[in-house]
Design a protein around this ligand. Structure first.
Ligand SMILES: *Cc1c(COP(=O)(O)O)cnc(C)c1O
Length: 389
C-alpha cells in the first residue's frame, strides 16, 4: 500500500505496519530476538544482529519518518540518547548555538557530557541579531526548541534556517513539545528533527524512547552507523508500546489542545495568576508564525503566580500540594494531567542566576494538560489556586 499521500492518522496506523508476512498478524509483533539465523553464509533477510536491526523497531522508524515527512528515522532508548547521537555527528571542537530556553537535560548534555569537546553559546532565538553575532567559523549546528520549555515561546523555523544555512550550519529542531501532528520542522527547512518519544508520541507515560528524523542520505548513514556502533537503541517491547501510542497521536493532540486552551483562558482571568504562557494566547508576530508553522497550540501551559516575590517558592509549594487530579511529576505528554515546578524539577540542572535571567522563577508552574474531562481539570486548578471556579 502506498500510503505516502494519505492523511496523518492513516499513516500513523498503517505505514511500516503491514500484516506480518510470516503469520498475518495484523499488529506488528514484538520481535524479541537478539540475533537472526542466516540461510547460508552471507544470505540473510537484512537482519543480522539485534543492535543493528529489529523488525519492531523498523516499523516504528518507518512510521515516524512518514509522520515527520522525512526519508529516514532512527529510534533510540530515550530522547536524550537521540540528542547525544546528534552531538556525536559533529567534528571535534565544534561550536554549537542553542536557544537559551532549552530542556534542562539537553543543557546538561552540552555542559557536563560534551563540554570537553564542544562549546555552546545560548542565545535568544527571537533576536536574529543575537543569532548572527553568535555565529563563528567553527559553528556547526543551530539547536532549536519550539515551542520552548517551559516558557512556550514560538520561533520561526524557516527564518532561523535561512540565517543558519547562509552560514553553513545544520538546523536541529527538538520537536518533542509539538509532536509531528502539530508541526513538521523538516518542511520548514530544518535538517534534523529530534524527539523524546517518551512524551506525546508514546503518550501514556509508560515507556521511554527517542528518535531522529532526517531527509539527507549521508546524514542518515552516519546516524545509522552511530545507532549501532554506540548502541543506544530502543528495545523491541519499547518500540512496540511507542508504536501503539503513535496510532492515537492525532486524537490525543486535538483533545490536549482543546483542554489546554480552556485552561489557559481560565488562568488568564484568575486573580492569583500574574502571567500565562500558552501559544494559543499569543498575539502579533508569534500568532503569524503559529499560523504558518503549527496545526494547533498543544497541551503545555506555564503560568507564574502573583504575590510577594520573596515568598514565591513557599506559595508555589502550597499550591502544588493542593492539586488532586494533576499529579506532581516530571515529564509531559501523557493522557493524564501533570503539574510541575520547573525551577526545582525539570530545570534544576540550570544554575539559579541563569535560570532566573530566562524567566524561570520560583513562582512558575508548568502544566501538562491531559485528555481528561476539562471541567474536572478546571475544578482541580481552581481549588489548588484557592479560589472559586
Ligand atoms: C524529555 C525531553 C527530552 C529528553 O527525552 P528523554 O526521553 O527523557 O530522554 C529532550 N527534549 C525535550 C524537549 C524533552 O521534553
Amino acid at each position: 500500500m502506498d500510503t505516502t499521500l494519505h492523511g496523518f492518522t492513516t499513516r500513523a496506523i498503517h505505514v511500516g505496519q503491514a500484516p506480518d508476512p510470516a503469520t498475518g498478524a495484523t499488529i506488528v509483533p514484538i520481535y524479541a530476538t537478539s540475533t537472526y539465523t542466516q540461510e547460508s553464509l552471507g544470505h540473510h533477510k537484512g537482519f543480522e544482529y539485534g543492535r543493528g536491526d529489529n523488525p519492531t523497531r523498523l516499523a516504528l522508524e518507518t512510521a515516524l519518518a512518514s509522520l515527520e515527512h522525512g526519508q529516514h528515522a532512527f529510534a533510540f532508548a530515550s530522547g536524550i540518547a537521540a540528542c547525544d547521537v546528534v552531538v556525536r555527528l559533529l567534528p571535534a571542537q565544534s561550536h554549537i548555538i542553542a536557544g537559551h530556553d532549552l530542556y534542562g537535560g539537553v543543557y546538561r548534555l552540552f555542559q557536563q557530557v560534551h563540554h570537553d569537546n564542544h562549546r555552546v553559546t545560548y542565545v535568544d532565538l527571537s533576536d536574529s541579531v543575537q543569532l548572527i553575532n553568535a555565529i563563528r567559523s567553527d559553528t556547526k549546528i543551530l539547536w532549536v526548541e519550539t515551542p520552548t520549555n517551559p516558557l512556550l515561546q514560538v520561533y520561526d523555523i524557516e527564518k532561523l534556517a535561512e540565517v543558519a544555512h547562509a552560514a553553513g550550519l545544520l538546523v536541529v529542531v527538538d520537536n518533542t513539545f509539538a509532536s509531528p501532528y502539530l508541526q513538521n520542522p523538516l518542511r520548514h527547512g530544518a535538517d534534523i528533527v529530534v524527539h523524546s518519544t517518551t512524551k506525546y508520541i508514546g503518550g501514556h507515560s509508560d515507556v521511554l524512547g527517542g528518535a531522529i528524523v532526517v531527509n539527507d542520505d549521508q546524514l542518515a548513514n552516519r546516524i545509522k552507523f552511530l545507532q549501532n556502533a554506540a548502541g543506544a537503541i530502543i528495545g523491541p517491547f519499547e518500540a512496540w508500546l511507542t508504536l501503539r501510542g503513535l496510532k492515537t497521536l492525532a486524537l490525543r493532540m486535538e483533545r490536549h489542545t482543546v483542554n489546554a486552551m480552556k485552561i489557559a483562558e481560565f488562568l488568564q482571568e484568575h486573580p492569583r495568576v500574574r502571567q500565562v504562557y500558552y501559544p494559543g494566547l499569543s498575539k502579533g508576530e508569534a500568532r503569524e508564525i503559529l499560523a504558518r508553522q503549527m496545526k494547533g497550540f498543544g497541551g503545555m501551559i506555564s503560568f507564574e503566580l502573583g504575590g510577594d516575590a520573596d515568598h514565591a517558592l513557599e506559595t508555589a509549594r502550597t499550591v502544588l500540594a493542593r492539586f488532586r487530579l494533576f499529579s506532581l511529576a516530571e515529564s509531559l505528554g501523557g493522557v493524564e494531567s501533570l503539574v510541575g515546578h520547573p525551577a526545582t524539577m525539570t530545570h534544576a540542572a540550570i544554575p539559579r542566576a541563569v535560570r532566573e535571567s530566562r524567566g524561570i522563577r520560583d513562582g512558575l508552574i508548568r502544566l501538562s494538560v491531559g485528555i481528561e474531562d476539562v471541567e474536572d481539570l478546571l475544578a482541580d486548578i481552581a481549588q489548588a489556586l484557592g479560589g472559586d471556579h
